[in-house]
Design a protein around this ligand. Structure first.
Ligand code: C2E
Ligand code: CA
Ligand code: CA
Ligand code: CA
Length: 276
């Protein structure tokens, strides 16, 4: 038993070492990526299924390594978050997304742009002033900007979160709760958050129409959003059955591979959907 305990510890610490090494490696590579500007934004259309028009885009971060490999955000954003590097990267994301918004509007496409905020960005006291500066400098319309925040980011210090949400709303932009239903936010708090939109997490959408339970949950979230006067968006929509289900339940805003994957800006022109 003793020997096995020792072995277990050995393997365990080896795993920990490997994990720590990988993190350190990613951290160093991230610093280089910032210097060498290896980040880019992809854009996923948000579609109104009543008209099949593009009403907005969600910006999604991509890291293109010099060897042309694309690192998925979930591999490096947690490291960027824990090292604080996300603050610099996140600032660049806001600049880039606002420039994109301005370019689209200049071409007459009055779309919205949704930006994902990390926890560290959201709790940063300087965020509202930063956003105000970027909006002014880029000429982006704040009324067409949406910041996406997850439930868990709101449930830490709830009063501080409400202050920050109000500061951001004062700039005229909209706020969205991302991955709704996966966190542990209490519905009684939801009413206190000055948000405009709920995004139903893909985990509830992906097994429609096979999973009756998921259909009930999705329908309940849509009904609740309507009661609370919140816009509701379904994410991860991949099939026509899912589109039909959402339409029948009066959820008209969707994102997902059924319509389009996230694309580079120069690829958007090839989409077969009209833009508002
Ligand atoms: P998210 O904000 O929930 O973004 C949705 C993710 O689902 C994206 O993955 C998107 O490519 C993917 N997706 C969209 N439609 C479908 C579909 O129909 N089927 C499937 N299977 N997937 C779909 P991605 O781009 O890999 O991003 C993953 C997560 O990384 C995001 O989840 C978000 O939490 C984070 N992230 C991405 N970009 C940023 C960013 O700029 N800033 C921050 N802070 N986080 C970001
Ligand atoms: Ca999102
Ligand atoms: Ca999401
Ligand atoms: Ca997610």
């Amino acid at each position: 038993a003793k020997a096995r305990g020792k072995n277990t510890f050995h393997f365990f610490s080896q795993d920990l070492n490997e994990a720590a090494n990988e993190r350190l490696q990613i951290e160093n590579q991230l610093r280089e990526a910032i210097r060498e500007q290896q980040f880019l934004l992809y854009y996923q259309p948000k579609i109104d299924i009543r008209t099949e028009k593009i009403i907005g885009y969600e910006t999604l971060l991509r890291w293109l390594r010099p060897d042309n490999t694309m690192v998925p955000p979930l591999r490096f954003i947690p490291v960027a978050e824990s090292t604080g590097l996300i603050v610099q990267i996140g600032e660049w994301i806001i600049w880039e997304a606002c420039r994109f918004l301005t370019r689209q509007h200049a071409r007459g496409h009055m779309i919205t742009v949704s930006i994902n905020l990390s926890a560290r960005q959201f709790t940063d006291q300087d965020l509202p002033a930063l956003v105000e500066r970027i909006v002014k400098r880029t000429g982006a319309s704040p009324a067409h900007l949406i910041f996406e925040i997850t439930e868990s980011m709101l449930m830490g210090d709830i009063d501080a979160a409400i202050v920050q949400l109000n500061e951001l709303k004062r700039l005229g932009l909209a706020l969205s709760i991302d991955d709704f239903g996966t966190g542990y936010s209490s519905l009684s708090y939801l009413k206190r958050f000055p948000v405009d939109e709920l995004k139903i997490d893909r985990s509830f959408v992906k097994d429609i129409p096979e999973d009756k339970n998921d259909m009930d949950i999705t329908a309940a979230i849509i009904a609740m959003a309507q009661k609370m006067d919140l816009r509701v968006v379904a994410e991860g929509v991949e099939t026509i059955e899912q589109v039909e289900f959402l339409k029948n339940n009066a959820c008209y805003l969707v994102q997902g591979y059924y319509y389009s994957m996230p694309l580079a800006e120069q690829e958007l022109a090839r989409l077969n959907f009209e833009t508002i």
